[in-house]
Design a protein around this ligand. Structure first.
Ligand SMILES: Nc1nc2c(ncn2[C@@H]2O[C@H](COP(=O)(O)OP(=O)(O)OP(=O)(O)O)[C@@H](O)[C@H]2O)c(=O)[nH]1
Length: 321
């Protein structure tokens, strides 16, 4: 599986600057980069290509669907060339989205295209917020809010230019209480923090909080969950919450193999195929699920899970139950 990370953030937030900095690190230079720009002139492409020895493919377009299909085809074409030995065997793909993009359709496309899912896994969504303009951008642009809501990690850029980032940090925290935040200047941040898979505990340990309509709801379970119950629960949630479910993430001990947790990952109602880890990343072996949603009744997810679990356990043959 080739890990894919998505770098998003409003226009001018510093995405290209970050990418250039990351690619300068010899350990991260073996990344393929896809830049998704609006407009006719692929400027970022040149900026990155001029400075670094990495592959850059550009897809341009204005409509989400155009961008989306271009992006998928670009990704698949890269993978084909990688498999054929036509390009270096890059270790990961970093996608820079357009500053105006709501990342949800892009994440959907990545997670639901079967050809992509067969060879790629979504490692992280990194959102950049400009310390100078971030607060007003968030207030004015729904795309910027969506970018913050869907982040796994939030990087505050241009902290050298702003003396007080407390208001921006609070606004981001309100939109996405689960995403850890860090400040950086000119993209100087450890790439591991941004792009390494398995940082789920950060996300999961954040406390559940309410904000204007958006809430983070956490479920923690001591006992392993039967695989069937988990599947039915996710289906039930998708039916009940639909598009109001913005993000679901979890690390779950399945009753069938509790020593190997599965990573549960969904964006809105699209569920990513389950991914098994070789072992637990920390000493905490409880199942933990976090949902970020708009207007989902706080107790609905936990109650639904409990009801389905009971149903599944009851229906098991006595010798197994
Ligand atoms: N002072 C300062 N300037 C920065 C920092 N990060 C980025 N910049 C500058 O901000 C401007 C925009 O940065 P880019 O990296 O092009 O931003 P982007 O998000 O790729 O922009 P778009 O592709 O247009 O959305 C450039 O002039 C950068 O040099 C920072 O941490 N500090």
């Amino acid at each position: 599986m080739i890990p894919v990370s998505v770098i998003t953030g409003f226009l001018g937030a510093g995405k290209t600057t970050l990418l250039r900095q990351v690619l300068r690190d010899p350990r991260w230079a073996d990344s393929a980069v896809i830049v998704n720009e609006y407009g006719e002139v692929p400027l970022d492409h040149d900026l990155i290509a001029a400075s670094e020895d990495a592959f850059v493919s550009v897809s341009t377009g204005c409509l989400c669907c155009v961008v989306r299909s271009d992006l998928i085809e670009t990704l698949l074409d890269l993978a084909r060339r990688r498999a054929a030995g036509e390009v270096q065997p890059y270790a990961r793909v970093l996608i820079e989205t357009s500053g105006l993009a709501d990342p949800a359709p892009i994440l959907h496309a990545l997670m639901t295209d079967e050809r992509v899912a067969a060879t790629h896994s979504l490692a992280s969504v990194v959102t950049l917020a400009d310390a100078v303009h971030g607060t007003s951008t968030l207030a004015r642009h729904p795309e910027a809010q969506r970018q913050a809501m869907l982040a796994d990690r939030i990087l505050l850029t241009k902290s050298d230019l702003a003396t007080d980032t407390a208001a921006l940090q609070a606004a981001l925290q309100a939109l996405n209480p689960a995403a850890p935040q860090r400040a950086a200047t000119h993209g100087a941040v450890e790439p591991e923090w941004l792009f390494t898979q398995g940082r789920l505990p950060d996300f999961l340990e954040a406390s559940a909080r309410h904000s204007a309509g958006v809430a983070s709801i956490a479920i923690t379970r001591e006992a392993p969950i039967p695989a069937l119950a988990l599947t039915l629960w996710m289906q039930g949630l998708a039916e009940h919450a639909g598009a109001r479910l913005l993000r679901l993430k979890g690390l779950v001990a399945l009753a069938e193999a509790p020593e190997k947790p599965v990573v549960v990952h969904a964006i809105q109602h699209m569920v990513h195929p389950l991914e098994w880890l070789d072992g637990w990343p920390t000493a905490d072996h409880r199942s933990r699920l976090v949902l970020i949603g708009e207007g989902i009744p706080r107790h609905l997810p936990a109650r639904l899970l409990a009801a389905i679990e009971e149903e599944v356990l009851d229906s098991q043959p006595p010798d197994r139950g």
